[in-house]
Design a protein around this ligand. Sequence first.
Ligand code: FAD
Ligand code: MLT
Ligand code: ZN
Length: 480
Amino acid sequence: MTTLTSPQTDLIGQLRAICGTANVLTHEDPSADLSPWEQDWRKRVHGRALAVVRPGDTAQVAAVVKACAATGTSIVPQGGNTGLVVGSVPDASGTQIVLSMARMNAVRAIDPANLTITVEAGCVLQNLQAAAENAGFLFPLSLGAEGSCTIGGNLGTNAGGTQVVRYGNTRELCLGLEVVTAQGEVWHGLSGLRKDNTGYDLRNLMIGSEGTLGIITAATLKLYPQPAAQLTAWAAVPSMEAAVQLLGLAHQRLGPGLTGFEVMNQFSLSLVDKHYPQLRVPLWQGTPWCVLLENSDSENEQHARSQFEALLEAAMDSGCVRDAIVAESLSQARGLWHIRESITLAQVQEGLNIKHDISIPVSRIPDFVAETDALLAREVPGVRMVDFGHLGDGNLHYNVQAPEGGDGKAFLRDFEDKVNTLVFDQVKRFGGSISAEHGVGELKAGKLPHYKDPTALAMMRAVKKALDPKNILNPGRVLT
Ligand code: FAD
Ligand code: MLT
Ligand code: ZN
């Protein structure tokens, strides 16, 4: 056990006075297990917190930040701790506090005429979707971690997910924020305005800043009408070129009805089949790629089905689809989505891997994949590509698994840097981004200076210095 310094003991006393003793957990209490807040989802890092602090309202968050600022204690904001780039757990020093937003989970208001909902940052995404649905609306953000990630974390990372092709990233769904600054002041920016040109866009500065510029305590978000019908199809395609061709046809034929377009390579589906055989993956054995498409219709199911059938017929005629199924019921559709969303977990079951979350202009993806696959096969023989993702957004999870039977830990130790450099250099050559939707966190912070425009990086550093001059908010994440 580490001995606390007297300022640290004083700080913990203050934090307890602010949030209540039960809401400040420390290692001093031998019965308290802080691992769930200290361990990241991918088990890449296990940090050690000075304390886990769980405020119950915005005033408490502000008071906690003021107390930390006064002692120069750094703060790691945490929502559901499902982030994939090591951004929400403390470092190993035992000097940082984890600020868990989980208790701030209320739905504050719904404004049906303005099509908005206002929620606290710790609201779990699935609960937010349910609150919108109960009021007769759709909140379209959707991702595999929705049962545990929070809207604060979604905003912090500007999460993407599976509906971006129609509704945009989290950024596009947000109209206003309430934020506690690094000085412990509260910015009351919960406007539901769709137009506001009164100067710099602070809302968009905060979104995607991964807890390094401010702590989001609440948000006003856009609601949409529920679609009258939603249909899902699964298609076997002969190549990535064919998948891109199918995407073009789907845009043309479905227009704004196209709400999801996901691609999965054969190896990623073979992992789902191997680790979750009960899920019955369709059409994967005889094809290098499968595509999952969703059509949301504002008329009715009949209309959606005939549109979908016409699209698939045209795609088969042109040769970009070899075989396809259209889900007959909601539960079949959910089953298909469940297969797609199980790839992440199947990959965890298979062992440690090198994850990439990249974006490339859609038109260039086939060449990127062909060239980069070949380079990897030459440089690291035997690697297995778990390649899947949101093709509709030009976003691939271009992941690299150790050769069959290889030790994942040793693979990461020996090859992670080499593989990352190879893939990121290719991404740069193809005009892409090394983080499409997961963020930078600690995992990619060291790589950013090599791949980000230097002027953009200098402006980012200037913003960080201006808003958080003491560098107490999530230091070492995004910027090193
Ligand atoms: P956390 O992991 O707790 O935090 C993430 C970052 O946000 C950290 O830097 C943290 O400091 C900061 N943060 C958290 N709360 C706040 C706050 N209130 N104010 C300021 N900063 C804050 N991501 C996608 O984009 N698309 C996907 O499809 C997707 N699918 C996933 C599937 C699985 C199975 C898993 C495990 C993860 C997936 N993710 C995906 C990644 C992850 O779920 C998202 O990044 C999500 O937005 C994180 O939310 P969280 O509440 O868990 O945030
Ligand atoms: C997904 O699209 O499933 C997520 O971003 C998670 C992942 O990349 O594994
Ligand atoms: Zn994703």
